[in-house]
Design a protein around this ligand. Structure first.
Ligand code: CDP
Ligand code: MG
Length: 753
């Protein structure tokens, strides 16, 4: 049954997988594989040995040892459903014991910082306390979250708690990009930090809000960091606005000082000791290591006591879950194990499952990304297994774009992770890395996102907000000036800035769409080439999880189903084609099932499309449409001209700007149809063992030269064209000069031959 449940989860998760790796299938079934597995297990066993033998280096946080029987709290959590037990649970949270002091501080200060252990009730309780105190009479109580999953799941929870239970989307609601679950009645609103930032465009004083809680500030997400700077301006103009910053880590002085010595309130912690074990020798494969360790715990440790495994991302998580299910299946009469993944792309109803207590006699194992570090609290966890890694969005100068990089987690992350084992009783944390790796390879804290990612979206937003000199903006930690300048250069290429770094009319319009500037640009190009409606559909399809499903065990059927939709020259057009066929089929569920298309993603795409169309209409754009696919390809070429590649061999390309070799992704229509056009543009690069372009369209090099004269000139363009291009290059040199950039590094233009 466990395996069944997992299968179901996986199928649905797969629907959203972007097929990172087509090779390297897991799930060894035959004898040879089983032997290899046994051998590998022995090696891992040698590295991490029996639990008692683990090198025990540290004991963590004995902050407040409770004399009370630890399991009593578990009991309360286990029956969360009735109103009575909800009330009991609420009162048992650490924040409840300091409610009055907390409300006094908030009453007396405009801004304050609240620090408390994960699970103390900051996110779910503060908003409700504020509502009870009457703060919602003059505006909405807003609470920002760096993660979409957290915003949704917390709003769900709070709506259940609110005045004995309310309907989600009424008094308590949430807003994330392309999804608004609020109403006129909403008084408590959870939202991603990006949403609030965007709202400040239309409502610079944030008039609708009476309180803004910037939750999870320690995460230092890009948008929260920018909000800090924006809010510092707002609070000086709006004395009536309360700002509360919450953090799960102790280094909150920085936040307090940023607002000029705001008070810091610490919620007394309630943690139990956690024994932390390091691996004796480095572990070569953390997925195998984690699976092995989880099975050991499951076999040896008594119930209750759930396990939380920290992995890096969806892919690892799925592999881990699959391997766990398989290994359990091979045991004789195993005790049942409930295996639950959690990552941001997982369907919301499956995400909610992680909060449910395991059925009697079961052990629950949750396999999570770092979302379970502080954003979500899962009750009943006694064991943590930490891979020691995470995926971080990082600007890659070689590719000139952001990519998710596998990095060692930071020491503070590792400590947060181990802390998860000690929330309801003493716990154990198994680290799949050595104590020397902890000291030598791990940074003490994470590098804030603002210092490592592409800033074009933020730069565009701040410029739209009227910030003149970005280098002067009050950042909590300023990003490297070079990153700002690079983003400005990118935006200049898109036409969002003029030579003096001022926002152009086009730039202003780009900022209106809640999209990456490159995707907004596709809409404008669509308008220009008479195919705006098609461009809107393509953008919507690119904004939802992968529509093509590839269920386990039915790869071949689903692959050939996918091929039927292929438009030979273009993945963008293939997506458009799928959407059009779906509409023609009356958006039917059985149609989706038959063609291995995710109905959920399609419906989401339709919603996104409607929302984009609303903006298109309010902007008075011409809603043009065409059935000539070449016009659409042209629009795509001119929107993505700076992400182009030239053919080197079959299926192999060279990135025109960076010179890096990259392949067509095996799921591409161009790959499937064996077409290798000379020039292509791509939507994004995926890095596995090799670099792949995903979502690719064949283009005519003339279109590229036309769209990006500052980057490309055509050899056969004739004297006039060459002169024109030369003038443009001189202007580019000027802007680069102004931006104090070394031009070789940022843009190396190549002449298409
Ligand atoms: O924000 P903080 O980490 O301080 O705590 P919280 O998120 O407000 O969580 C308080 C309690 O609510 C924890 O015991 C969570 O497990 C529980 N909770 C839940 O059961 N379901 C959710 N969707 C969110 C929180
Ligand atoms: Mg929280």
């Amino acid at each position: 049954q466990t395996v069944e449940h997992y299968r179901e989860t996986r199928e649905r998760g797969k629907a959203r997988t972007k097929y990172w790796e087509l090779e390297g299938a897991t799930g060894a079934k035959d004898k040879e594989h089983a032997e290899m597995d046994a051998e590998k297990d022995a090696r891992i066993a040698a590295a991490i040995a029996a639990p008692e033998d683990w090198k025990k280096d540290m004991k963590f946080s004995t902050a407040l040892k409770r004399q009370k029987n630890p399991s009593s709290n578990d009991g309360a959590d286990a029956t969360l459903n009735t109103a009575e037990s909800v009330a009991i649970t609420r009162r048992s949270l650490p924040v409840y014991s300091v409610k009055n002091q907390l409300m006094n501080i908030i009453r007396e200060h405009q801004i304050c910082v609240i620090v408390g252990e994960t699970g103390s009730g900051k996110t779910t309780q503060l908003t409700q306390y504020l509502e009870e105190e009457g703060y919602a009479r003059f505006g909405i109580i807003g609470c920002t979250q760096p993660r979409r999953v957290a915003a949704v799941s917390v709003a769900q929870r709070v709506s259940e708690e609110f005045h004995g239970g309310s309907e989600l989307g009424q008094q308590v609601g949430y807003t994330i990009r392309f999804e608004d679950s609020t109403s006129e009645k909403t008084v408590i609103k959870y939202m991603t930090d990006g949403i609030l930032l965007r709202e400040s465009l239309g409502d610079p004083e944030l008039e609708r809000y009476s309180v803004i809680i910037m939750d999870e500030a320690h995460e230092r997400s890009l948008n929260t960091d920018v909000l800090f700077g924006v809010l510092r301006g707002v609070v000086t103009r709006r004395q009536d606005l309360k700002v509360i910053i919450t953090s799960a880590t102790l280094n909150a002085e920085k936040f307090a000082n940023f607002f000029g010595a705001a008070p810091i309130f610490k919620i007394p912690g309630r943690t139990f000791p956690v024994d932390t074990f390091f691996s004796k020798t480095p572990i070569e494969d953390y997925v195998d290591g984690a699976v092995w360790q989880a099975i050991q715990i499951h076999i040896q440790a008594p119930l209750p006591g759930d396990i939380l495994i920290f992995m890096t991302g969806q892919e690892d998580i799925e592999t881990t879950c699959e391997a766990l299910a398989e290994k359990i299946g091979r045991l004789e009469k195993p005790r049942p194990l409930l295996i639950l993944p959690i990552y941001s792309q997982l369907a919301a109803d499956l995400q909610a499952k992680i909060f449910e207590p395991a059925p009697e006699g079961y052990r629950k194992v949750v396999v999570a990304t770092n979302i379970a570090e502080t954003s979500l609290t899962i009750n009943g966890i006694h064991y943590v297994i930490d891979s020691g890694y995470c995926k971080l969005k990082t600007y890659n100068p070689r590719l000139g774009m952001d990519a998710l990089l596998l990095c060692p987690a930071s020491q503070s992350s590792a400590n947060q992770r181990s802390g998860r084992a000690g929330r309801t009783g003493p716990g154990k944390c198994y680290r799949l890395f050595t104590s020397s790796a902890y000291v030598t390879e791990m940074l003490d804290t994470n590098v804030p996102e603002i210092q490592r990612t592409n800033l074009s979206h933020v730069v565009l937003l701040l410029k739209t907000l009227g910030v003149k000199d970005l280098l002067d903006f009050p950042f909590l930690d300023p990003p490297p000036a070079e990153n700002i300048l690079k983003s400005m250069l990118g935006l200049w290429l898109l036409g969002a800035f003029d030579l003096d770094g001022n926002l152009t009319k086009l730039g202003r319009r780009m900022a209106i769409f809640p999209l990456d500037p490159a995707l907004s640009n596709l809409l404008f190009r669509g308008e220009e080439f008479g195919c705006l409606l098609e461009a809107v559909t393509i953008v919507a399809m690119l904004s939802v999880p992968n529509v093509f499903m590839r269920p386990h065990g039915r790869e071949d059927e689903s692959d050939s189903a996918r091929e039927k939709f292929f438009v030979p020259e273009s993945d963008h057009l293939t997506l458009l084609h799928v959407y059009q066929r779906w509409r023609a089929a009356g958006c039917r569920t059985d149609w989706c099932a038959k063609h291995y298309i995710s109905g959920k993603s399609m419906r989401k795409a339709r919603e996104v499309r409607e929302q984009l169309l609303e903006i298109v209409r309010s902007e008075g754009m011409a809603e043009t449409s065409t059935d000539e696919w070449d016009s659409i390809r042209r629009a795509i070429a001119s929107a993505f001209f700076y992400q182009a590649a030239r053919r080197k061999g079959i299926g192999e390309y060279i990135n025109i700007r960076s010179g890096v070799v990259c392949g067509l992704h095996p799921t591409s229509a161009l790959y499937g149809t064996g077409l290798s056009p000379d020039y292509v543009v791509y939507h994004e690069l995926i890095m596995t063992r090799k670099e792949y372009m995903s979502c690719v369209t064949a283009v005519d090099p003339h279109w590229l030269a036309e769209a990006g004269p500052a980057l490309y000139i055509l050899k056969q363009a004739g004297e006039e064209g060459v002169q024109a291009a030369k003038r443009l290059r001189e202007r580019r040199a000027k802007i680069e000069d102004q931006m104090r950039l070394s031009s070789q590094e940022t843009l190396e233009s190549k002449v298409p031959s």
